[in-house]
Design a protein around this ligand. Structure first.
Ligand SMILES: NC(=O)c1ccc[n+]([C@@H]2O[C@H](COP(=O)([O-])OP(=O)(O)OC[C@H]3O[C@@H](n4cnc5c(N)ncnc54)[C@H](OP(=O)(O)O)[C@@H]3O)[C@@H](O)[C@H]2O)c1
Length: 295
């Protein structure tokens, strides 16, 4: 399909691609998410590209040097996408890029500490220089913040650490990347959250597999992230940007001392689904493999 807007300038997608998403649409998408998630795996159909720019989909995954983030990079790379491996430590980043390339992924390293303004600005500059735009941002980098986390004995610094990375880091990276995302014909933002941030589950379940341990830092940081995701969706409602939160399930990674019961590859699946939503897919939602996670 020929581009509906020509030239080499990097304008955002045309008005027709923008969305006017009403609240009842959201409710419909939430109830029907299984249908929307089935059959995804490629880029949104009919997405026009700006002439002179690469047709290849460009993605950035934060915290992609290991764990679920690495597996998200593998999965997006398998779609033929060019994947930026956002990672703060050079050796770990380069090792991951090398491993991904050996597996056939078009991977490139992006030095990125999500808690550092200058680092995030430089990462946006690197992607701008390399690709001129960004199609998909996966905000995956996350920390527990340290232990203990029980409200009655938590060190406030622990809470601050969790929020600084898991919430403010996501806002910092998202806002730095938004000018690049706005140049995409079908931008997607995926925030890796956790069902432990679900207040509904925290208040109705006693199963630690679903709620995680009692926490005043990590779990509430994901609740905060979910709330922020909804606010982005509200502000971006009239654009073509879809932003959603995903829960990977309890996966065996460094984050939990490898106590998780799922593989990081299984955990990556929800992010890949949300990264490949069609143009009429949901925004402002919270999903796991089985469907909608209650707030
Ligand atoms: N594992 C689970 O069961 C589970 C469940 C629900 C949600 N999640 C979420 O899934 C995401 C990935 O977790 P994971 O289990 O794969 O954990 P992980 O193996 O510990 O990986 C976390 C990644 O985030 C990176 N990171 C941490 N702080 C960073 C910073 N300031 N700047 C840039 N990168 C940073 C880490 O880099 P370094 O190697 O440099 O530390 C690492 O690449 C997190 O958001 C987590 O909350 C995980």
């Amino acid at each position: 399909m020929p581009p509906r807007y020509g030239g080499t300038d990097r304008r955002r997608a045309p008005e027709g691609r923008r969305r006017d998403r009403a609240a009842d649409d959201l409710a419909r998408y939430r109830s029907g998410i299984a249908a929307y998630l089935n059959g995804v795996g490629g880029r949104a159909g009919g997405a026009d590209r700006i002439e002179g720019m690469s047709e290849q989909t460009i993605a950035l995954v934060t915290g992609a040097n290991k764990g679920i983030g690495y597996e998200i990079a593998v999965g997006l790379g398998a779609l033929g996408w060019s994947v930026g491996v956002g990672a703060r430590e050079e050796e770990r980043r380069e090792a991951a890029v090398e491993k991904l390339r050996a597996a056939g992924v078009d991977a490139f390293g992006v030095p990125l500490d999500v808690t550092d303004d200058a680092s995030v600005a430089a990462a946006a500059g690197l992607i701008e220089e390399r690709a001129g735009r960004l199609d998909v941002l996966v905000n995956n980098a996350g920390v527990t913040g340290g232990m203990p986390q029980e409200p009655t004995r938590v060190d406030p610094a622990t809470v601050r650490t969790a929020v600084e990375t898991n919430v403010i880091g996501v806002i910092r990276v998202t806002n730095a990347m938004l000018p690049l995302l706005r140049r995409s014909a079908a931008p997607r933002i995926v925030n890796m959250s956790s069902s432990v941030g679900s207040l509904a589950r925290q208040s109705t379940s006693t199963d630690e597999l679903g709620t995680g341990p009692i926490s005043a830092a990590y779990a509430p940081s994901k609740t905060f992230l979910n709330a922020v995701t909804v606010q982005y969706a509200r502000e971006l409602r009239d654009t073509n940007i879809l932003i959603n939160a995903g829960c990977p399930g309890f996966c065996a990674t460094d984050l939990n001392g490898f106590r998780g019961v799922r593989t990081p590859e299984q955990g990556a699946a929800i992010a890949i689904r949300l990264a490949t939503l069609p143009d009429d897919g949901p925004t402002g939602g919270f999903f796991e493999d089985a469907g909608v996670v209650p707030w």
